[in-house]
Design a protein around this ligand. Sequence first.
Ligand code: CTP
Ligand code: MG
Length: 463
Amino acid sequence: MINSNGTTNYAVILAAGSGERMGFSTPKQFLKLAGRTVIEHTLAAFQDHPLIHEIFIVVSPKDRLYLEELLLKNPVPKVTRILGGGATRKDSSWAGVGAIPADALDHANILMHDAVRPFVTRRIITETIEALQHHEAVDVAVPAVDTIISVDDENFIRDIPDRSALRRGQTPQGFRAAVLKKAHELSHADPDCSVTDDCKLILKYNLGDVFVVRGEEKNIKITYPEDLFLADKIFQVNSSALEDGPPLRRIQDKVVTVFGATKGIGQAVMELGEHYGGRMHGFAASSGCDVSNPEDVRLALQHVMQTEGRIDAVVNTAGILRSGRLADRDPADIEREIAVNYLGSINVVRAALPLLQATRGGICLFTSSSFTRGRSLYTIYSSSKAAIVNLVQGVAEEAAPQGVRINAINPERTATPMRVENFGPEPPESLLTARAVAEATIKTLFANFSGTVVDVRRSSASL
Ligand code: CTP
Ligand code: MG
């Protein structure tokens, strides 16, 4: 497959490092993050990008079998080669360049990317490829925020370069394939060449200019153990990832079951899903399906299976919100709130998981911004919403081997009947629309991440 201008774009994912600075026995590209290995997140970014045609993965021979198993479980159709890496990053990069077929070299671009940068965005990949129409090579970088100092062997400052001209390099680095191949060949033939960076090779041998595309602060390279915490947080605040996420029309012809479908966000998911051609099936307490009753949930899903023969996605928006000091509340009322908000989601997940295995489907549950901190007068609601987040994270790991994804939507204050009942009328501009939350929900159902809390804010809502 080639571009309209006749160019094939190869992504070469460098995954042959051993992660010494991370200090774990498993190389960091194979550590789990938000339900999948780091490299699977990275591969998804290139698999999902329409301008990428083929993906090569460069891996250490000892990890090859493990990688092949991962790809069997979670296929990435654009991966056409798995190559053995070398002792240095430059050797691994060379393995990638060397694998481009000779007759394709003059009409190919290579995007060299670190397997341990899972947050590369669609924009970065697009701009890197576009810049290769005019330049031989492209680097991706962000402004240096700290003052950079250069020191000598004795640890004395040698120079403090002007920060305004300094950038921190990220990946991908993009190249016209023939140019990068030439650079590596010259470097192999040059006994004095100590250069390790591919872009620097282009400059050293005067093979062209290297344009710089704007990177992203969040496009971090997972290097130290602390980076895993940061990466986890980046996945949690994933609303921006949805901008790069699947289009709404991905729902077309998909069989989607919605619990809590007659009001508020559930109703909006039904309407938006139908608008984009989803085969929507809604259930609600008002029509006899109480999520706190496992049998009701089972029968609802069974009905959809009998009608459609499969289920691709399940959403549970059913929830109730009651207020009052814990000491003053009626015990039966407390139990009811927990039964709907927490046990209801457990019932939905347990009944849906076996059915979603066949379609490698997705589940969305609902949390609330109160999950991070309990709220007075809303102790049961906020603690049940915290429980949802933990449920999602745990189930995401358990369900990953079956290819089922589960996430929690965390909408800011939303204009729903439940909100009006509890808080009275509020200025509409201070509230998210149910439709904007429905949009984020549908995108999340078909996105490739799992175990994530997707924040939906007014600023991130496109409607
Ligand atoms: N890489 C590679 N081959 C090597 C060295 C590194 O393919 N011989 C890849 C890594 O797998 C990683 C990327 O290059 O995806 C960036 O390198 P780095 O962060 O340095 O990873 P490691 O070399 O694995 O880590 P460390 O330097 O801490 O050992
Ligand atoms: Mg390294």
